[in-house]
Design a protein around this ligand. Sequence first.
Ligand code: G6P
Length: 371
Amino acid sequence: SAAEKDGHDWFMRKEIFEQPHAVADSLLGRRTRTGELQLDEMRLSDQELRDIDKIIIIAAGTSFYAGMVAKYAIEHWCRIPVEVELSSEFRYRDPILDYSTLVVAISQSGETADTLQAIRHARLQRSKVLAICNTNGSTIPRESDAVIYTHAGPEIGVASTKGFVTQLVACYLLALYLAQVKGTRFGDEIADVVHQLEAIPGHMSTVLDRAEEVYELARDHVGERTVLFLGRHAGYPIALEGALKLKELAYIHAEGFAGGELKHGPIALIDEGMPVLCVVPPKGRDQLHGKMLSAIQEVRARGARTICLAEEGDRSAAAVADTVIELPKVPVLLQPLLAVVPLQLFACELATAMGHDVDQPRNLAKSVTVE
Ligand code: G6P
């Protein structure tokens, strides 16, 4: 009923709007009085964590993209090499695992069969397994050595939204916790990122306040055959997630690409009027921003209609965009938390306008318990 959905038409839309709250809840109680991070179900000792020399993240679907972002964060803050792999591929390639490998399984439901089989395999090889999960007492956390629970609350829409952003939060917390234990970052640097995370719910609300602009844009794209998504760095997994949402909900052919990879093939796809949604990294000391803008110029020169998700006041992004969706200013590693929101709104509204059942897309299940 409408009451269960807080007056929204779909659970998914309700869950998108619950994200500021879900993120705030997932950050709650993670700091001691002296400002140190604490993860209550970590269960692995500091010594065990210090001994880790490799991390393999396994997940499926949207959770896999959270894992891709986690790789950027963990490698940057902790200097531990990270691989990210689809659960369904992991077990069948004879992965190199031992007691100094930490396997991180990300699963909203905690019941995905591919991920469960993968962690069983990892434990047989004596690796430690940490689960990032939204469902208390589900099978994956029960069979893991440690857990970080996300606090998104029950997610009903088949396409994951608040589950995803809280997974990102858990991944950042894990990365910062490892940095704290391993001593690769100073306490004040870690506290600084935690502060930036604590500001995210407010920034997300700002993005959600502008939902109507995104809806209008989405309704403009009914009947589209192909929609492309571009991103770089932490924005690349978000481009992939934006494309997945559109496939799942609107049944439109959508693909995400890394901005730098365009010239190696995908640019051949561009023709007149094709929409390309671009996640523009914030301006920083690196060259990411400039490189992304030149990729956008390339597609635009070939007739693409460019829709740019860019930091507020980014005039150079506005100059290459047909439409700009503004995002509050945050560091590049945290930008996924904000950039994904308009992409969720876009897919939800476009699917609604096409008359599809957003909460129960065809052929999909919320939790896939068969391999
Ligand atoms: C299904 C759902 C997706 C989800 C994926 C992984 O395919 O439709 O939304 O991302 O499973 O689920 P998990 O519960 O393991 O995160």
